[in-house]
Design a protein around this ligand. Sequence first.
Ligand SMILES: [Zn+2]
Ligand SMILES: [Zn+2]
Length: 342
Amino acid sequence: MKAMVLKEIGSMEKNKTPLRPMDLPIPEPGDKEVLVRISRCGVCHTELDEIEGRTPPSRLPVILGHQVVGRVEKEGARATHFKPGERVGVGWIYSACGTCKFCREGDENLCPEFRATGRDVNGGYAQYMTVSEDFAYRIPPIFSDSEAAPLLCAGAVGYRSLRLTGLKDGQKLGLTGFGASAHLVLKMAHHRFPNSRIFVFARSEKERAFAQDLGAAWAGDPSENPPDKLDCIIDTTPAWKPIVEALKNLQPGGRLVINAIRKEEGDKEVLRQMDYPLHLWLEKEIRSVANVARRDVKEFLDLAAQIPIKPEVQEFALEGANQALVEMKERKVRGAKVLRID
Ligand SMILES: [Zn+2]
Ligand SMILES: [Zn+2]
């Protein structure tokens, strides 16, 4: 099968083609696994973190990609959930132990044995992959393969971060950064909390205009003061400064949810400007979001079909994966990037 393979970690400034096209054997599904013939795989910012070593793969070489849509080609000997030909999706969570306290409570995203698709095991930048039938999802028919792919990560983790804010209808929500995940959160928040006003902080003029098109009550630069203090803010930026700014903009008792797998080191110094009374006092909270649990993916797919949420996508050939990653790194083009594989 054709695959785009990562062999070593390194800066994408120096190497703009970190993935190599290779021809590899088609994997065999284990007993409780399915073999998926892949149709589309979304390209995620986390792939840059893997390639550049901020969340390095636990094995190399590895096939990246964790927003996978395809059809079941073959079932393992004891797999029973899906029929051959059924459409399935695979997200960031590839497996967890199933027995620890976190797994038992449905928080398998926190399991010490959590394994990520396309980082700890081969993922979707290829024609085929295998996955446990317990970690594959049916996709509502309303979505095309391309539309479904980005929902599997940006959408599901956005759903989890909105849940972790604890927002109630009528409360004010802020979003710092306005990429793939945040624009889906805005649509979800409008649907679930129709009386809540949403405030968007983004550096780019284009992103601010996009936010207002989607119904944000206000959009400004991260250094601007919004007209009101906010109850909850979700941060999806790779930097530290927006966190300090966001804490200042919270109401007493407000909560900042940081939806980022890693922060870049560049502006970390700004944390020294943190002033306890201005940024933290009055019972402000900070919470991070880690990975996704299966219920986030399932609940989000159902919600997205109901609203409906259909992401804007830009397709690349599998061989164009490096190009898609470079464009993502350079923050070019709005909407989600998806590899077309079949
Ligand atoms: Zn992702
Ligand atoms: Zn566990």
